[in-house]
Design a protein around this ligand. Structure first.
Ligand SMILES: [Zn+2]
Length: 317
């Protein structure tokens, strides 16, 4: 088996690319500003050139590669390597990405959803190392998820499995972006958490958040709420407990369904740390079936921003 693969993480802001060896180590990396390329053709041409540069720097050629894996922020038909659409990257609709790149590179190309690949990266080389069954979720603007069963990704019938963010939290809840109502994401997505806190502050709750923002509430982000929680601010702590409780309720369902060994939590909001994780773990203890709830370890993701590129390369290992 060839020892190297290229992993690519195509994001709305940056496209990151790296030469990864079969132990998950990044040997050489590059980064392109995605939005600076006006068309997808221009971006793909730049990606191909960058792969050449990374190989040259590593004194390797395309022949040394097991393949090129690419993660994209959107819905993908995995077998065909077709991108249905991308969130936050305009101009990508029904793009036969695998076919286009294989024609240019003459090496095998695999395309998958970015959160799936983050889950694969974390399960092979990060916080889930050694676990046969794991679920990985990312907490940020949205809530994404990827499912690992028996060491491999479970993609589902239409490559759309793992959408933990759109699992229902409430029977009759608020309207979600996906068209449904009451989804978890509608209650724990960055923007909604920020809005909830703003409302409480406007209705007169005392909090250190005001000071941290020097009174300008428009600057409120989850990072600021975390900073306030670290200073023992009651409103901020209460916020993470509430958010952790909601995530814990949905994860209890995931745990009862799949009985995983690990739940790996990444994304910007995971930086809220122990206050959030404790609320999630306590809720799972309370709500999941004891057999499954006691077996699962709920841990923080370890590969950070590299999980996606490492996972993309891991498609070939
Ligand atoms: Zn939804």
């Amino acid at each position: 088996m060839k020892k190297y693969a290229i992993g690519i993480d195509l994001g709305g802001t940056y496209t990151k690319l790296a030469l990864v060896d079969k132990s998950g180590r990044i040997r050489c990396r590059a980064k392109l500003p995605t939005s600076a390329y006006k068309t997808k053709e221009a971006l793909l041409t730049a990606i191909v050139a960058e792969i050449g540069a990374v190989l040259k720097e590593s004194r390797l050629t395309l022949k040394d590669l097991a393949g090129v894996g690419i993660g994209v922020p959107g819905l993908v038909a995995f077998e065909r390597g077709l991108v249905y659409y991308l969130t936050n990257v305009p101009g990508w609709k029904n793009v036969a990405l695998k076919k286009i790149l294989e024609a240019k590179l003459k090496v095998p190309v695999l395309v998958d959803n970015d959160v799936n690949l983050m889950a694969l990266g974390e399960s092979r080389f990060g916080a889930g190392k050694g676990a046969r069954n794991a679920v990985c979720i990312t907490l940020g603007t949205g809530v994404g998820g990827g499912i690992i069963i028996d060491g491999g990704l479970y993609r589902g019938t239409s490559s759309a499995a793992g959408e933990v963010g759109h699992m229902p939290l409430k029977e009759e809840g608020l309207k979600c972006n996906c068209g449904s109502t009451g989804c978890l994401e509608r209650y724990v997505g960055n923007r909604y958490i920020v809005d909830e806190i703003k409302d409480k502050i406007k209705s007169g709750r005392a909090t250190k958040i005001r000071e941290l923002l020097r009174g300008d509430l428009s600057l409120l982000t989850p990072e600021v709420i975390s900073a306030a929680a670290k200073r023992k601010d009651a409103l901020a702590i209460e916020c993470w407990r509430r958010v952790g409780g909601r995530i814990g309720v949905t994860l209890s369902g995931v745990i009862n369904l799949l009985n995983p060994e690990k739940i790996i939590i990444g994304g910007g909001m995971a930086e809220a740390g122990e206050v959030l994780f404790k609320a999630i773990r306590d809720t799972v203890k309370e709500r999941a079936l004891p057999v499954s709830g006691n077996a699962v370890k709920i841990v923080k993701a370890r590969l950070g921003n590299d999980a996606g590129i490492v996972g993309a390369a891991a498609l070939f290992f």
